[in-house]
Design a protein around this ligand. Structure first.
Ligand SMILES: Nc1ncnc2c1ncn2[C@@H]1O[C@H](COP(=O)(O)OP(=O)(O)OP(=O)(O)O)[C@@H](O)[C@H]1O
Length: 649
């Protein structure tokens, strides 16, 4: 399946990926993206897909077309009309030659001109209608698939985002869907037009003079073969160019985003070398595509010319024998040239169908990935899901939380937690400390049901949280991360994201509570200041404060602060500590912090080492125990003290 195609991703990337989509989902997470740093050029690996026609896949795809079948039918009718009229034009030329030019008379010309005008007006209207219908179908289908894709991405669990690069998902949601809708809508236009045109031309030629028709149509079979061969090769080369192009775009992204890191690691030369290899491959594939395209047209023109030559040769003889008119020969010549268009179009549609099938496979592989964490059907029936919640049936939440013999592994066999037990009372302020990779974030992620235990149970207010709805739990969650993500928009809009119906006054109060009001008011337009994409016009500390205000506004029962105050200065941190103390009162909260001064006030500090709870108690109790916490605290204290002394000196 798709996910196996990706190498293990760094944890930072994984967080960034899943939180990016979690935030778009609009659920009450206050998670953040970090500056993603993929290994340059190694992120985007497109899979090769089967080339055989896959009826099952097309059946699934036609489900998206089904709601618009009336429009497809209308489109087919209009296209038949367009092609039939296109095929009539050489007959009009024939009429002009045989009735006006050869006899040298203008008699009946006005009538002819009037009929001609009516025909081209009808044709213009047909073309307008077909563009309008096909354009609408194209848009509707891409809208439907995108909507379904986006909804599914929101439903997918964190583990999916751990394995799948954001770039891959973006490509599915944009270019693949675009291509698919395009082929569905415009492929119908081209194929109906092409087929009708070919049939109409053949009927016209055969009825004008079947012998001459058979001679002229000799060139059609080689024309079909050449067109199919070339179109497939051209498409293959173009696909290679597109693949490399997406890697180059990723390379640009990486190169620009990671410019500072590149410089500090003196990696410029290697990066340039890697980049040149990609652009070299792109150059070769582009040249190949251009050479193929440049060979195709002359080959087709040569065949068309042979057809024209044959028509002239045999047609000329027939004229001398007076078995056909000059007009008929002219019509034949036009038909020979006209025949080339539908063949070329059909060959292109045929080749594009293969590419569309690959897009469809990619999209459906995403759509058919089941979310690992979902509500059971009976839970959905009772409480509703994220899209149709039934808050009136939701139980009150107290905020008591218990881990009962919980084991958990991200990868099979590699347990991060084994038989982990923990009881947290409603309103308790819990701090988690421990070395990097000890399992602190895993514990809170399990508590928030971003992952579920492989064994054991997590109870909220005494009930296994799998018996309650995800939406219920998440509507009571507030989560603030170290590197918060803000959305493009104003400060006010970003805070309001926590609770859309909040008044301006409530927003200002939330900002005041976390000491963000002061710096917001110092900004040029106060709460109406634009924060830029991802909040990049603000410092990390400022973003932290805003995301904190946003989380508070939602008034969650369970609050998680994962290194949430690591980027603010000591003075601001003290202010936030004060706010945290105030805000977290009566809420169950988990605080993960490496800076131990920030967690002294916690009701209980848990020391986690290799997934085990090794020490617990208040700050003073733990200091008295003189264990790991004591060593950690005294070391940090000494370091901070030395820094202060140095600064003072
Ligand atoms: N999404 C993931 N996929 C696979 N392994 C993971 C994932 N997240 C964490 N791990 C692994 O699980 C273990 C515990 O990680 P966790 O993030 O819980 O540690 P932590 O104590 O929060 O560390 P830090 O202080 O660095 O944030 C680590 O060995 C880590 O590599």
């Amino acid at each position: 399946m798709v996910n196996d195609a990706f190498p293990e991703r760094s944890r930072r990337e994984q967080r960034a990926a899943r939180f990016d989509f979690a935030q778009r989902a609009g659920i009450t997470y206050y998670l953040t993206t970090t500056q993603v740093s993929y290994s340059y050029m190694s992120i985007y690996r497109e899979e090769e897909y089967s080339k055989r026609f896959d009826p099952g896949l097309w059946k699934k795809l036609f489900q998206f077309a089904r709601p618009y079948k009336k429009y497809f039918l209308g489109l087919a009718v209009v296209m038949i009309a367009v092609a039939s009229i296109d095929a009539v034009f050489p007959l009009l030329t024939r009429y002009v030659i045989d009735h006006f030019i050869i006899p040298g008379t203008l008699e009946g010309l006005w009538k002819f001109v009037m009929i001609y005008l009516v025909i081209i007006t009808v044709q213009a209207m047909n073309v307008w209608t077909l563009i309008a219908i096909a354009g609408k179908i194209d848009m509707w289908i891409s809208y439907d698939i995108r909507r379904k894709g986006f909804q599914h991405l929101q439903d997918l669990s964190f583990s999916y985002y751990d394995k799948t690069p954001v770039g891959w998902m973006m490509a599915r949601m944009t270019s693949d869907i675009r291509r698919l809708a395009d082929v569905l809508a415009w492929g119908v236009v081209d194929s109906v037009w092409g087929l009708t045109m070919m049939i109409a031309i053949m009927i016209a030629m055969l009825s004008l003079n079947w012998k001459l028709a058979l001679v002229t149509l000799i060139v059609v079979p080689p024309l079909v073969v050449i067109s199919l061969l070339f179109q497939q090769k051209i498409l293959k080369a173009q696909r290679r160019v597109r693949k490399i192009n997406s890697r180059i775009t990723a390379g640009f992204n990486e190169g620009i985003g990671g410019a500072k890191t590149t410089k500090t690691l003196v990696r410029e030369a290697e990066n340039l070398q890697e980049f040149q290899e990609e652009t070299g491959a792109m150059f070769r594939s582009s040249v190949q595509a251009a050479v193929l395209a440049s060979l195709y047209l002359p080959s087709v023109l040569a065949l068309a010319s042979i057809g024209t030559g044959l028509a002239l040769w045999f047609g000329g003889q027939q004229i001398l024998l007076e078995t056909i008119s000059y007009g008929t020969l002219a019509a034949f010549l036009s038909y020979t040239v006209l025949f080339f268009d539908p063949i070329r179009d059909l060959a292109r549609v045929f080749a594009e169908l293969q590419s569309a099938q690959a897009s469809a496979e990619r999209i459906f592989s995403m759509l058919s990935t089941p979310p690992e964490i979902t509500d059971k059907p009976e839970v959905v029936a009772r409480y509703g899901d994220v899209y149709q919640p039934k808050p009136e049936s939701w139980p009150e939440i107290q905020g008591n939380l218990a881990f009962k013999n919980v084991s958990f592994a991200y990868k099979e066999g590699e347990h991060v937690l084994s038989n982990f037990n923990l009881e947290v009372k409603a309103g308790e302020k819990i701090a988690l400390v421990g070395e990097t990779g000890a399992g602190k974030s895993t514990i809170v992620n399990l508590a928030c049901r971003f992952f579920e235990p492989s064994e054991g149970q997590i109870l909220i207010d005494g009930v296994d949280y799998r018996d309650r709805s995800l939406a219920w739990l998440q509507s009571h969650l507030g989560y603030v991360l170290q590197t918060p993500h803000l959305f493009s928009g104003t400060v006010k809009e970003n805070i309001r994201y926590g609770r859309l119906e909040a008044t301006d006054e409530e927003i200002v109060n939330a900002a005041k509570l976390v000491n963000a009001h002061e710096f917001i008011m110092k900004m040029e337009r106060g709460y109406d200041t634009e924060v830029g994409e991802g909040g990049n016009r603000l410092s990390t500390g400022e973003k932290q404060l805003i995301s904190f205000a946003r989380a508070i506004l939602a008034n969650p029962r369970i609050f998680v602060l994962d290194e949430a105050t690591s980027s603010v200065d000591t003075e601001t941190e003290q202010k936030i500590q004060h706010a945290i103390h105030h805000v977290l009162k009566d809420r169950t909260s988990f605080i993960i912090a490496h800076r131990l001064s920030t967690i002294r006030e916690a009701d209980r500090i848990l020391v986690i080492r290799r997934g085990k709870l090794t020490e617990q108690g208040s700050h003073h109790e733990l200091l008295k125990q003189k264990g790991y916490y004591y060593r950690l605290y005294t070391n940090q204290f000494m370091e901070e003290h030395e820094t202060q002394v140095l600064r003072a000196a």
